[in-house]
Design a protein around this ligand. Structure first.
Ligand code: PLP
Length: 511
């Protein structure tokens, strides 16, 4: 299989990478005909005689690479909340592929990989102002997987408490060993509720995966323009289900369409925490991107955003994303839990002696295969470690300030514009709300309903910037999310203005 030219192929790819990375501007999307052409060149049957590495490399570089979008490479790709790859993370990522470590079993005498991941998680908790000694963590494929872990731990916790009450402490049965049906039968639980506000779609998915059901997710927000918890409503629902049901409360720290938060300040989370303690509920935070608002705590001009992520240390578990605002490559998320032995009850690989490693008494590192979903996986922690080391707190604060200032400048431009409306309308009732409430996301629509139907498509057809389409108040809306490390507020505001002015003038001229 090996050929002297294989390394030359790697060099080709390297030269291609340098070429792509040094381009000053880059189209956000390939032309449609390029994608169609490329699609027609994909092989449909396995060749008897493989093409070899050289021809395969040409196929990759000539037929496939030109048909990929610049979602991560372009500072003007504002779809979803994608993030890019910081230069330090990119360097580390190439080592991840080269050494191809599987850090799932802690093998301290054989590789440093699990130590690096452990340190990366410690740096990350510290960076997010969580006490590293109180939180155990694991890297995941993203916030969706982290939400699955959060609900799985929550489910284990709330049902184990009931099992203990029914069976007594001697009979140490857990949900993880009994299974959901038997545990609910023994404890006479017939409903599991998830109380939240403006949950991300992945929370419904996580509920379905775990057998809790999408319909168990209930929204208890104050109103359509206030995503914080209606505390009385929450307590009412917790009280009414206290005998035959158990509950998990999930706080959306950063709502994905608007960037608004579900709690502001310690007191909001204190109130939720007290109710969870009173009724035996688990408190999970979905902080996919919003958790990074912890960097803005107390920064003048950004106080309200900082408050959006205050008090997270009161939770039982936290989900976060690396491949969004941390700007490390896909796929990387993280999960923090304050009850480390609980995660083991859920994720333990039983009876696999070959996976157990004898640790020295001083070595506290858990093999991640017993605290998360996967057994084997890639060395996700290395790019996280590298990027945190390379840029530090100040580098990330600077990045987040650029992203937030850009989003605020775009929001102000839209607010003042005759053709556009900043959403949610009931939140941005005055211009100064922008400098309080806009984080990294701007939601808007065109006032002209027919233009609005086509706004996303016309904007993206420019190939200079990319926005996501969404639906708000039953009508189409456009969304700009600034998550790339390269954001430059002044330069990028000009791009947005130019593209949107062009869309409006063409529409007015009937083009
Ligand atoms: C993006 C996002 C998710 C899902 O994250 P993935 O990384 O796509 O799995 C979950 N919750 C929130 C709030 C998000 O913004």
């Amino acid at each position: 299989m090996e050929n002297v030219n294989d390394n030359a192929c790697l060099e080709c790819v390297h030269a291609h990478s340098v070429d792509v990375l040094s381009k000053r501007s880059i189209q956000v999307l390939p032309e449609l005909f390029t994608i169609e052409e490329s699609r027609s060149r994909l092989l449909e049957v396995i060749p008897d005689h493989g093409l070899g590495v050289e021809r395969t490399t040409s196929h990759l570089l000539q037929d496939i690479a030109p048909a990929l979008n610049a979602s991560s490479l372009s500072p003007n790709y504002y779809g979803f909340v994608t993030g890019g790859i910081s230069p330090a993370a990119r360097v580390a990522e190439s080592l991840v592929s080269l050494y191809d470590q599987n850090p799932l079993v802690h093998l301290p005498d054989q590789t440093i990989a699990s130590n690096v991941e452990d340190k990366a998680l410690r740096l990350l908790t510290d960076f997010l102002r969580l006490n590293p000694s109180e939180w155990s963590g694991v890297f995941t494929t993203g916030a969706t997987a982290s939400n699955v872990l959060g609900l799985a731990c929550g489910r284990e916790f709330i049902i184990n408490r009931r099992l203990e009450a029914c069976l007594g402490p001697e009979e140490q049965e857990s949900l993880g060993s009994l299974g959901l049906l038997r545990a609910c039968h023994i404890t006479k639980i017939d409903e599991i509720h998830i109380f939240t506000t403006m949950a991300h779609s992945s929370l419904y998915k996580a509920s379905s995966i775990l057998g809790l059901g999408r319909s168990s997710v209930q929204d208890v927000r104050v109103s359509d323009c206030d995503f914080t918890f209606d505390i009385q409503d929450l307590e009412g629902r917790l009280v009414s289900g206290q005998y035959n049901s158990v509950s998990i409360v999930v706080v959306s720290c950063g709502e994905v369409n608007t960037g608004l938060f579900a709690s502001y300040g310690d007191s909001d989370l204190q109130a939720i925490r007290s109710l969870c303690d009173k009724y035996g509920a688990w408190l999970h935070i979905d902080g996919a991107f919003g958790i990074f608002a912890r960097l803005l705590n107390g920064v003048p001009g950004f106080e309200r955003i900082g408050q959006g992520a205050e008090g997270l240390e009161l939770a039982d578990s936290i989900a976060g994303d690396g491949h969004k605002l941390l700007n490390v490559p896909y796929d990387c998320g993280f999960f923090f839990c304050r009850h480390p032995s609980l995660a083991q009850q859920v994720f333990q690989n039983p009876n696999a002696a070959y996976l157990n490693t004898k640790n020295a008494a001083t070595d506290t590192i858990q093999s991640p295969l017993n605290t998360g979903i996967e057994n084997s996986r890639r060395f996700r922690g290395l790019p996280v470690y590298a990027t945190l080391v390379a840029y530090g707190r100040e580098g990330y604060l600077d990045m987040l300030l650029r992203q937030t200032r850009f989003a605020r400048a775009v929001a102000a431009y839209l607010y003042d514009h005759d053709a556009f409306e900043l959403l949610p309308r009931d939140v941005f009732t005055s211009r100064d709300r922008i400098d309080q409430d806009i984080f990294i996301i701007v939601l808007f629509k065109a006032k002209d309903g027919r233009l609005n139907e086509q706004l996303v498509q016309r904007t993206n057809a420019s190939s200079k910037m990319y926005v996501s389409g969404t639906v708000w108040d039953n009508s189409p809306a456009s969304r700009i999310a600034a998550a790339n490390w390269q954001v430059d507020p002044d330069r990028d505001l000009e791009v947005v203005k130019q593209v949107l002015e062009d869309v409006v003038s063409k529409w007015t001229e009937g083009i």
